[in-house]
Ligand binder design. Structure first.
Ligand SMILES: Nc1ncnc2c1ncn2[C@@H]1O[C@H](COP(=O)(O)OP(=O)(O)O)[C@@H](O)[C@H]1O
Ligand SMILES: [Mg+2]
Length: 269
């Protein structure tokens, strides 16, 4: 579905100086597959997403969606791409327009993509979607400020999924939430993935967060993928020292417990 084909990117950092931010990144996401991309802050995660969305052109390599180069696609392909690939951002406070009601926020994609002509048809789909994310019809006329962080992220997820995308890209969607709420939002994404056969690219700086949701995990260190594997590979048999250090960074209540077990407990919240 989405193919990130050996992209590299550097930025100019002063006279005659460039910093390599992405170094030969290759990543493929198939329909219905969920991939976790994990790395510290500044490792290049959001830059990969910008390139994948066609918002930033890599210096070398290319990105294809359904076989079409996202940096060279025509208007019709771009429109389809914008419908099929949706985003959820880190900060549900900043990503939702405070002057729009939940009905407007969630229904906007239907209008933009002309997916449901009548106002009553749109409302039906918005209510259906709100119920899927655990909010009810009573949310329709309310504004984002009257919801908690976790609820806002549910609204953002409903807004992204109402037009039935094929791929959801999540850029640290739970980093701004309390730990107890994080697990709820991840569970919701997992349910959505199963119900809608959604592909997910889930970006996080914390390995524990992706373990539950992602069958495949790639570890990014300073713009380079240093390790990738199934969740079992990464958690039970990490090969790269950087992966091990990320696993060790998961809070450890009991030093006698093995690393994989610790991470597991972390997620059982
Ligand atoms: N437009 C830009 N110009 C210069 N440097 C940038 C730009 N965008 C990102 N960077 C740098 O690239 C690195 C990776 O950034 P980013 O992709 O946002 O990391 P992450 O999302 O993993 O925290 C950082 O060092 C950041 O300062
Ligand atoms: Mg980022």
């Amino acid at each position: 579905m989405l193919q990130i084909d050996h992209i590299s990117k550097s930025f100019s950092t002063g006279r005659d100086k460039r910093t390599v931010v992405l170094d030969d990144i290759a990543l493929e996401i198939h329909a219905g597959q969920s991939i976790g991309l994990v790395g510290e802050s500044g490792s290049g995660k959001s830059t990969i997403i910008r390139c994948a969305l066609g918002l930033m052109k890599p210096d070398t390599g290319n990105v294809r969606y359904g076989g079409i180069d996202v940096h060279r696609s025509g208007r019709a392909d771009m429109l389809a791409f914008r419908r099929e690939v949706q985003l959820v951002f880190q900060d549900p406070y900043a990503s939702l327009n405070p002057r729009m009601t939940v009905e407007e926020l969630v229904g906007e994609g239907l209008l933009v993509h002309k997916l449901d002509g009548s106002a009553s048809g749109r409302r039906r789909r918005v209510v259906e979607m709100l119920e899927m994310v655990g909010l009810g019809e009573e949310a329709l006329g309310r504004y984002p400020r009257s919801f908690s962080g976790g609820q806002r992220q549910r609204i953002a997820i409903a807004r992204a999924l109402v037009i039935r995308p094929q791929l959801l890209i999540c850029d640290e969607p739970v980093s701004a939430l309390d730990v107890s709420v994080q697990a709820q939002v991840i569970n919701l994404l997992q349910d959505m993935q199963r119900e809608l056969n959604l592909g997910i690219l889930f970006v996080a700086h914390d390995l524990a967060v992706v373990r539950h949701l992602c069958s495949t995990i790639a570890v990014l260190e300073r713009g380079k993928i240093v390790e990738r594997g199934t969740r079992g590979d990464i958690f039970d048999n990490p090969q790269h020292p950087y992966t091990r250090s990320l696993l060790a960074a998961v809070p450890i209540p009991d030093p006698a417990v093995g690393q994989a077990r610790r991470a597991k407990r972390q997620l059982a919240l």
